[in-house]
Ligand binder design. Structure first.
Ligand code: ZN
Length: 207
């Protein structure tokens, strides 16, 4: 399977950056005006040897080509990979289609599982509130325990690096979510003003 490293190996950082900044030679490195903050003297340095960039100015941040795309396009890791895949297509034909399709599949899967996790979290939250009102401590504790586990999973499903490591375990993730949905509670009707007056009447002894 193609990895992020494989994709990076095929991309020349300099070629890629030229689409965004004007690179000027500086010794064996290159410099440019940082695209992430306003400046008049270049503090954005690029090392062709290390295939990395760093802003020594206001950003004081750097990384590889994927990190650059994440920042400049405001996207996550998988989308950044997919952008690289598309650029590769433009340059070298469709050999990265498979990578892009895979990234899209993984991303769609993660979004779907995230939605499911959020649905269950809402259900568990509702359950915990009702169990709390009923002073059913065991059930509250059980809900809180499940809520914690699912929150972590839900966060992971939003983190592209975690999604990459969850993907090989996708069946386990699906199984966890399939078993986590609690039995639905009955729909509690809202208390109507009529019913409230009825209760007050009962309390007064009128009924
Ligand atoms: Zn900067």
């Amino acid at each position: 399977m193609a990895t992020a490293q494989d994709i990076k190996d095929k991309i020349d950082l300099l070629d890629f950056l030229r689409g965004y900044v004007e690179l000027r030679p500086a010794g064996k490195n290159f410099k440019a005006l940082c695209p992430f903050h306003k400046e008049k003297t270049p503090s954005f340095m690029v090392s062709p040897d290390r295939q990395s960039w760093h802003c020594f100015g206001a950003c004081n941040e750097g990384g590889d080509v994927i990190r650059f795309i994440e920042r400049i396009e405001g996207v996550g890791f998988l989308e950044a990979l997919s952008i690289l895949g598309m650029r590769q297509d433009q340059i070298q034909g469709p050999r990265n289609d498979a990578i892009r399709r895979k990234a899209e599949t993984v991303s769609a899967w993660a979004n779907e599982q995230f939605d499911q996790a959020q649905k269950i979290l809402r259900e568990i939250g509702q359950r915990a509130r009702i169990a709390g009102k009923l002073r059913w401590r065991e059930e509250v504790e059980r809900c809180v325990g499940e809520w914690k586990i699912l929150s972590v999973l839900s966060d992971d499903l939003q983190d592209p690096m975690q999604v990459m490591s969850l993907w090989p375990e996708c069946e386990s993730v699906e199984a966890i979510l399939a078993n986590a949905m609690p039995e639905p509670l009955p729909d509690f009707p809202p208390i109507t003003p009529e019913y409230r007056s009825y209760l007050q009447a009962v309390a007064r002894g009128d009924v």
